[in-house]
Design a protein around this ligand. Structure first.
Ligand SMILES: [Fe+2]
Ligand SMILES: [Fe+2]
Length: 506
């Protein structure tokens, strides 16, 4: 099992890393082509803004280096090269429990080298883009070699491939009109054609199939429907299709994937000189594919509004779905705690009543509700069905609950301190909150992977139904006692939800 927020973060990590790579390749290829054509005139950068879903503003129309800065170095635009990498890093932070450290290191290096090396001359920026592409290849290698090919990998892989397909379609739509001039400039057609192929990463593949024949229909056939070319849309969609076979509830995504694949093959057969219409249709289908994945697998904001823990009722008699839903709610609580720690880490005082709300919720609903279900109800049943009480996942779970209790006590002490926090108190809070967050994500992942999955396979259906009833009875008993802390937590989540702090970084 995988927390849906972690799955979403993996998916968007893939999308943002791939977006940064595709845009870096296009800008680099386009600029090199501009150098090659400089005998005539430099190419306008305006058409590349379509890759960021933007139109160039007045400043970037006046000043070519400002246009380059906006395309590459704008940290506030998640579709610029740097902005996409920052967004990837943000998502990877949410997914750190399942993402190998090699991915984190590589994305950190990508951000750092671009921030440090790109500002300055145009030459420095182009060199930094080359280094970005080299590190991007390293990310791809680490992704394939360092990650277990499990559900988390499936979401990362789907994100990468949907974005790769989408950026290819957008790049072709944006670049082909610019690279098809009329009149005397046709003399440079072969230079322009080579530049286009480099910019979209299809130079080698196209040359391998068609040598030096420069024909747009051949390019479209390769880019859209050649399943043997790893950058082609059809190939990317087949990768998504393979990953879907590992995931539950994949039917709606599979159906949309079929429609998208059919649209890609149709676009590949298009004979239009400027492929605006087929690429627009394909872009639309790819966007639908992405949103179908979101709808199927990622939680929506309404979950924040739903009554937490005790009042949550699983639709089926599945005790592990019941516990996993409580984990998903805990994920949102931890995001608020992370936001508070981030504020304190920047030296700004936090509202300690908010911290009190969180620790009270962790004690009343986490320890007396959720832990009680796991330790007093689930554990004896599992022990009776062959699980080792003293060793393995059950023992790890109990030990980790004791450890969690220690963290909560430290935070409770800090939250209820009468005096203003000293600098050391604030530093202590940031450290303990960070450790608790990391610890709890890891704990929930252990339970879901090592305990719930095996238990769901082992326990007979009638035993699972009885567990559900016991959970609900405990909720009914605990409900009135914990009502106040639940209500306060719901209000706090709504506040941070409104501020956007609870959304995944998509
Ligand atoms: Fe637990
Ligand atoms: Fe748990």
């Amino acid at each position: 099992m995988l927390l849906s927020s972690v799955a979403e973060a993996m998916f968007w990590t893939g999308r943002y890393v791939e977006r940064s790579q595709a845009l870096a390749r296009v800008v680099l290829g386009y600029e090199r082509l501009s150098f090659d054509l400089s005998a005539s005139r430099k190419l306008e950068l305006g058409p590349l803004f379509a890759l960021m879903d933007r139109t160039p503003d007045a400043a970037s129309q006046r000043d070519r280096s400002e246009a380059l800065r906006q395309l590459v170095l704008d940290p506030d635009n998640r579709s610029s090269v740097l902005g996409a990498l920052l967004a990837a890093r943000e998502n990877l932070r949410v997914a750190r429990v399942v993402a190998p450290v090699e991915l984190w290191t590589t994305v950190g290096m990508l951000v750092q080298q671009l921030k440090e090396n790109a500002p300055g001359s145009e030459g420095a920026l182009l060199e930094a883009l080359e280094a970005t592409l080299a590190l991007g290849n390293r990310f791809e290698g680490e992704r394939q070699r360092s990650m277990t090919h499990d559900n988390a990998f499936a979401f990362l892989e789907m994100g990468c491939n949907i974005e790769r397909a989408d950026m290819l379609v957008r790049s072709i739509a944006a670049l082909t009109p610019v690279l098809s001039p009329a009149g005397w400039e046709r003399a440079y057609d072969d230079v322009r054609w080579t530049g286009l192929l480099h910019a979209i990463g299809l130079h080698s593949a196209y040359r391998r199939h068609h040598h030096h024949q420069a024909e747009l229909p051949r390019l479209l056939a390769l880019a859209m429907s050649d399943t043997s070319c790893p950058r082609a849309v059809a190939h990317c969609l087949q990768v998504v299709q393979r990953q879907l076979t590992h995931l539950p509830r994949a039917r709606p995504v599979g159906e949309q994937l079929g429609v998208t694949l059919a649209t890609a093959f149709a676009a590949g057969r298009s004979a239009e000189a400027l492929p605006r219409q087929p690429t627009a249709q394909l872009s639309e289908q790819l966007a639908r594919l992405s949103s179908t994945i979101s709808t199927c697998y990622f939680p929506c904001e309404e979950e924040v509004q739903a009554p937490p823990l005790a009042a949550t009722r699983p639709r089926r008699s599945d005790p592990f779905e019941h516990l996993t839903k409580e984990h998903a709610y805990m994920d949102r609580v931890l995001r608020v705690l992370g936001t508070l720690a981030g504020v304190a880490g920047e030296g700004t005082p936090i509202d300690r009543t908010e911290l009190r709300t969180i620790v009270t919720f962790l004690a009343d609903c986490g320890e007396l509700g959720h832990h009680e279900k796991e330790e007093s109800i689930l554990t004896p049943v599992l022990a009776a069905h062959g699980f080792d009480w003293y060793d393995g996942p059950l023992a790890v779970m109990r030990r980790e609950h004791r450890q969690e209790h220690y963290f909560i006590q430290v935070l409770t002490h800090l939250a209820s301190q009468r005096n203003e926090w000293s600098r050391d108190d604030a530093r202590n809070f940031v450290g303990v909150a960070g450790e608790l967050i990391h610890f709890l994500y890891s704990h929930m992942a252990h339970e879901e992977h090592d305990l719930f999955e095996r238990a769901a396979r082992t326990l007979p259906a009638n035993v699972q139904a009885a567990l559900c009833r016991s959970f609900e009875e405990l909720d009914a008993r605990q409900g009135p006692l914990a009502a106040e802390s639940r209500a306060a937590m719901t209000t706090l989540l709504e506040k941070y939800s409104t501020q956007g702090a609870l959304r995944s970084a998509s």
